[in-house]
Ligand binder design. Structure first.
Ligand code: NDP
Length: 245
């Protein structure tokens, strides 16, 4: 993973789960990392724990639904490290529900974080990459970017959207800018905690308890995509626990 050492990587939603695991892994591989999320107390602890002689990890409080905050997050990375090599749109929420429960606020929240948040990330990072004519955008989607089932309709719709956006982006940008999606299957994290229906949360958490991927598995996939030679663009990695249908 020689290509990762010294790279500057910014990650949204890195206060827990997959984003935190990506930060830990890339830092261990010698990257300099900027982590963002709303729970900055957690970010502070993670950044302190990970920073060492080979890797500096810094943090900034970030709500991806606000484009100005996403701009400021990237500006902070460049201010501190004088460059940005990889931007990872990882922040996401998954309040599952049946459509006829009409949890409109939760639908809107998913659209705001999972779709608009990613667009805000692209709008902030792409000009930096276009100016240098190099860089990599990695969007964490889900197997729900190609699959839908009861209760996951709106969540899946947001992830289908991000997969579509990623493919369009890949076709539009210069050949020196790489665009990758990593689509995790069921993975250890706090994602199911935010399902508001207690019964559904119980069922989802039970499902989520069996045969989960460690978040490290997704961090490995991200590192694989980053570490390829610059003319190799890994466009999609789908990573499920063995046996997940
Ligand atoms: P977690 O709930 O553990 O992590 C989600 C992260 O997103 C947290 O750091 C949270 O931080 C952050 N976040 C949520 N809302 C915002 C916001 N408005 N602004 C900034 N950050 C925000 O779940 P995961 O680690 O599982 O989720 C990470 C990604 O992986 C998501 O995109 C999810 O859809 C995807 N995924 C997860 C799967 C799984 O099985 N775990 C499967 C497939 C995809 P904070 O609350 O501090 O802001």
């Amino acid at each position: 993973m020689e290509n990762i050492k010294g790279k500057v990587v910014a990650i949204t939603g890195a206060s827990s789960g997959i984003g935190e695991a990506i930060a830990r892994h890339l830092s261990a591989l010698g990257a300099n990392v900027v982590i963002g999320a709303r729970r900055d107390d957690r970010l502070e602890k993670i950044a302190k724990e990970l920073s060492n002689n080979d890797s500096r990890v810094i943090y900034k409080k970030l709500d991806v639904t606000d484009p100005k905050q996403v701009q400021a997050f990237i500006a902070y990375a460049i201010e501190e490290f004088n460059s940005l090599d990889v931007f990872i749109n990882n922040a996401g929420i998954m309040p599952l529900s049946m459509i006829n429960d009409y949890k409109i606020n939760e639908w809107n929240a998913m659209i705001d974080v999972n779709i608009k948040g990613v667009l805000h990330g692209i709008a902030a990072a792409l000009p930096v990459f276009e100016e240098k004519d190099k860089g990599q955008i990695i969007n964490i989607t889900s197997v729900a970017d190609r699959w839908v089932g009861p209760t996951s309709t709106i969540y899946s719709a947001t992830k289908f959207a991000v997969r579509t956006i990623s493919e369009g982006l890949r076709q539009e940008v210069s050949e020196n800018i790489r665009v990758t999606i990593v689509a995790p299957g069921a993975t250890e994290s706090e994602l199911a905690e935010h399902i508001s229906d207690p019964e559904l949360r119980k069922v989802a958490k039970k499902q989520f308890r069996t045969n989960l991927l460690p978040a490290q598995a997704i961090a490995n996939a991200v590192a694989f995509a980053i570490s390829q030679p610059k003319d190799v663009d890994v466009n999609e990695l789908v990573v499920r626990p063995t046996g997940q249908k």
